[in-house]
Design a protein around this ligand. Structure first.
Ligand code: ZN
Length: 202
């Protein structure tokens, strides 16, 4: 993992996105705080921790302590979302709100004053290597317009799932400014070239 993180850094990646799955909110289980602590030792890049877990309110504190800089919680999680976002801020971390493909983007609106970023899932969360859902592009566009027109122009809009040079470009055109790439980077022949293409610096 340390080697792969170094490869990302050398390619110019800005953040490390860390997917946490608990086997309840999504079927799969990934990794938790001990691995995050190890990752923290390997990099100075901000760690963007995406909690695909049933109770982010019970987990956020542990991940904050383990080295998360940004903590993304799902609007669909069965807990007090506003309280959890506030708590993340109190812990000195950047709160973000994630929205699954089938959830209307309007559900995120009440929470915009409490978060720095909205993560629009462009695949069903839980598995890597899935294809980008193009129907998510209008969702990004609507969110960008709403944010710009309602005093949240500095909101980061992140897309996660199936991002490669082509879908990344489409997401940026729709208004996303943070792109998460997994397979698109790690399986690329030339990670530097893919990163540069995603950032538009090629
Ligand atoms: Zn993610």
């Amino acid at each position: 993992m340390a080697e792969e993180i170094r490869r990302c850094e050398d390619a110019g990646v800005d953040w490390i996105h860390y997917d946490v799955m608990d086997g309840h909110f999504v079927e799969q289980i990934s990794y938790g705080t001990p691995i995050l602590k190890s990752v923290k030792k390997c990099t100075k890049r901000p760690l963007d921790v995406h909690l695909m877990v049933e109770r982010p309110d019970q987990q956020a504190e542990y991940f904050a302590e383990a080295g998360a800089d940004i903590i993304d919680i799902h609007v669909e999680s069965p807990c007090d979302i506003a309280a959890c976002l506030k708590r993340i801020r109190e812990l000195g971390k950047s709160p973000a709100l994630a929205v699954k493909p089938n959830t209307p983007i309007e559900e995120a609106y009440p929470y915009l004053p409490l978060c720095d970023m909205v993560l629009v899932m462009t695949v069903e969360p839980g598995y890597g290597g899935q294809g980008f859902i193009p129907e998510m592009l209008p969702k990004v566009k609507v969110l960008r317009e709403y944010a710009d027109n309602n005093g949240f122009a500095s909101l980061n809009i992140q897309v996660d799932g199936g991002i490669n040079e082509k879908t990344g470009e489409q997401a940026k055109t729709a208004g996303a400014n943070v792109l998460v790439a997994g397979t698109g980077l790690f399986k690329a022949k030339d990670m530097n070239a893919v990163n540069a293409a995603l950032k538009g610096t090629l």
